[in-house]
Design a protein around this ligand. Structure first.
Ligand code: NDP
Length: 281
C-alpha cells in the first residue's frame, strides 16, 4: 500500500513554480496576487496566511485586502473592480465563505476571468468543460497531480466521485473525464452508494462528513483520495474516509492531513504563473 504524500508532491510543484517565477522575473515579468478577506473567520485567516506564505516562497507578490466584517457589497465590488483594472495584478482571490450579508455569486462573477486563479468563474468552468486553456479549480486539479505524480493511471479506469459541489465534486468528475477515466458522480440521492463506490478503481471522496467512508465501501486494491478536512474534539484533523479501516484494503491512499490539503495552495501558485503566461502584459 502506497501512502500518497501530498506534502512532498506539493513541495515539488512549488519548487517548479518558484523556478518559473524566477525565469519570468529575469525577463522583467513580475507576478502579483490580490488576496481579499472580509471579516476574521479564524479558519479563513489560517488559509489566507498560508496562501501569503506560499506566495512569498515562490516569489509572487501578495497584495492583501483585509476588510472589516461590516464591509458592504458595494465596497467589496469596488475593490474587485480596482484589482480587475490594475495591470500589475495577475490573480484575484476572494477568500470564501464571505459574511452572510454579502452576495458571494455576484462577487465571483465580477472577477475578470483572466484573473480568476481560483477557477470558479463560469468562464473558467466552461473552458474546463470544453477543454480550452484556462484556470482549473485548485483542489480537483491538485488531485489529478497527486494521481499522476504517484504513478496512478487514470485512463480507462472506473472513477467514482462522492460529492457534487461546484468547487470539488463536479470539477473533479470533469477532470477525471478529461484524463479518460470512466466517471460516476454520487450525491445524497444516490441509491446504494456502497455498491457504486465498490466499483471504483479510483474513489475520490468529497462528502464533508468525518470518516463516513469505511472499508465496506472500498474494493480491494482501489486507490482512495480523501478530500475531506475536519477537526475533531481533540483538535486533530481527519478526513471523510476512515483511514485506519480503509488504508489496508487500498493500493494507494491519501492521508489527512498531508494528502489533498497542501495541493490546493500549490495549484493556486501554478495558476498565478499560468495567468501571467496566458494574459499578463
Ligand atoms: P459540500 O458540502 O458543498 O458538498 C458535499 C457533497 O457531498 C454534496 O454534493 C452532497 O450531496 C454529498 N453528500 C453529502 N452527504 C452524502 C451522503 N450521505 N451520501 C452521498 N453524498 C452525500 O462540500 P465540499 O465539496 O465543499 O467539500 C467536501 C469536503 O472537502 C469537506 O470536508 C471540505 O472541508 C473539504 N474540502 C477540502 C479542500 C482541500 O483543500 N483539501 C477544499 C475544499 C473542500 P448533495 O449535492 O445531494 O447535497
Amino acid at each position: 500500500m502506497q501512502i500518497i504524500d501530498g506534502k512532498k508532491i506539493s513541495q515539488e510543484i512549488k519548487d517548479e513554480v518558484k523556478e518559473e517565477v524566477a525565469q519570468l522575473k529575469a525577463e522583467g515579468k513580475d507576478i502579483a496576487l490580490a488576496v481579499i478577506q472580509v471579516g476574521a473567520d479564524p479558519a479563513s485567516s489560517v488559509y489566507v496566511r498560508n496562501k501569503k506564505r506560499a506566495c512569498e516562497y515562490v516569489g509572487i507578490e501578495s497584495i492583501s485586502y483585509e476588510l472589516p466584517e461590516e464591509t458592504t457589497q458595494e465596497e467589496l465590488m469596488a475593490i474587485v473592480d480596482k484589482c480587475n483594472k490594475d495591470p500589475k495584478i495577475n490573480g484575484i482571490l476572494v477568500q470564501l465563505p464571505l459574511p452572510k450579508h454579502l452576495d458571494e455569486d455576484e462577487v465571483l462573477l465580477a472577477i475578470d476571468p483572466k484573473k480568476d486563479v481560483d477557477g470558479f468563474h463560469p468562464v473558467s468552468v466552461g473552458n474546463m468543460v470544453i477543454g480550452e486553456k484556462g484556470f482549473l479549480p485548485c483542489t480537483p486539479a491538485g488531485v489529478i497531480q497527486l494521481l499522476k505524480r504517484s504513478g496512478v493511471e487514470i485512463d480507462g479506469k472506473e472513477c467514482v466521485v462522492v460529492g457534487r459541489s461546484n468547487i470539488v465534486g463536479k470539477p473533479m468528475a470533469m477532470l477525471l473525464l478529461r484524463e479518460n477515466g470512466t466517471v460516476t458522480v454520487c450525491h445524497s440521492h444516490t441509491k446504494d452508494l456502497k455498491e457504486v463506490c465498490k466499483r471504483a478503481d479510483i474513489l475520490v471522496v468529497a462528502i464533508g462528513k468525518p470518516k463516513f467512508i469505511d472499508d465496506s465501501y472500498v474494493k480491494d486494491g482501489a486507490v482512495v483520495i480523501d478530500v475531506g478536512i475536519h477537526r475533531n474534539e481533540n483538535n486533530k484533523l481527519c478526513g471523510d474516509v476512515d483511514y485506519d479501516k480503509v488504508a489496508p484494503k487500498t493500493s494507494a491512499i491519501t492521508p489527512v492531513p498531508g494528502g489533498v490539503g497542501p495541493m490546493t495552495i500549490a495549484m493556486l501558485m501554478k495558476n498565478c504563473v499560468e495567468s501571467k503566461k496566458l494574459f499578463g502584459e
